[in-house]
Design a protein around this ligand. Structure first.
Ligand code: URA
Length: 234
């Protein structure tokens, strides 16, 4: 149970004093009835608040995926550069404040990026101990040899002391492939291909844990809210 005024603030209806004023004016409805006092206790998980004809329900956490465009950095804010969260909030101005990207994609990388305020889930998905798979579509400046593929899958040295952990490479000839890794070292994919003498020209993340990018439904720059019941990372 939660105080009504606290819930209204969390729902972004206004500040504490603004929501008090709205309550006094009788402009807030709780489960269809005109709301009472600010200290009224409500069950935040089931109550339906109506304000200005709109129904608002409380969600503890929110989850979105964006197909990250090129040219934006993966950060919440930056003094000089446009961030992925600038892109996000310009398209979803009513989303709760305090959302953040889970992990990092380079400025020139596109693809699947999870955005949430669920810190525990973010921590779990990034924890090296949890081995969450990340799959990337890669375009290279040259063709891979069977030896390159074997080396990438076994682990290559990228200047970190230890070689990279075993990976899976799906290569069917040409200058493109898919690679699945479960680590998240800085520029890891680019450095892995560099270790076998190739330069990554294009990089797109196509999967992150249970989330898979469907570019027909989520073209570059688009955002989709995930409903909790369809999201099973916990
Ligand atoms: N590896 C990279 O090199 N860059 C990314 O953006 C993600 C993984």
């Amino acid at each position: 149970m939660m105080r009504l005024d606290k819930l209204l603030v969390e729902l972004n209806i206004g500040t504490r004093s603004e929501v008090k004023a709205l309550l006094k004016k009788g402009l807030i409805f709780v489960d269809g009835e005109k709301a009472g006092k600010p200290e009224q206790k409500v069950d935040e998980n089931s109550v339906v608040i109506t304000y200005q004809g709109k129904e608002c329900t409380y969600k503890k956490f929110s989850y979105y995926v964006i197909n990250k465009p090129k040219g934006v950095i993966t950060a919440t804010e930056d003094a000089h550069e446009r961030t992925v969260m600038d892109v996000f909030y310009s398209q979803c101005p009513d989303a709760p404040k305090g959302l953040a990207p889970v992990g990092r994609l380079d400025k020139d990388t596109t693809g699947l990026l999870l955005i949430t305020n669920d810190g525990q889930l973010a921590h779990d998905m990034l924890s090296p101990k949890k081995h969450v798979d990340k799959t990337y579509y890669v375009e290279l400046d040259g063709e891979l040899t069977p030896e390159d593929v074997a080396a990438l899958e076994a682990g290559v040295h990228i200047g970190e002391g230890e070689p990279t952990a075993p990976a899976t490479v799906k290569y069917e000839g040409g200058k493109t492939c898919y690679i699945t890794i479960h680590e998240g070292k800085f520029h890891q994919v680019k450095r892995m291909f560099f270790a076998v003498g190739k330069t990554v020209l294009e990089l797109k993340r196509t999967a992150f844990g249970p989330l898979v990018l469907d570019e027909e439904k989520l073209p570059v720059g688009h955002i989709n809210e995930l409903k909790c019941e369809s999201f099973s990372c916990k």
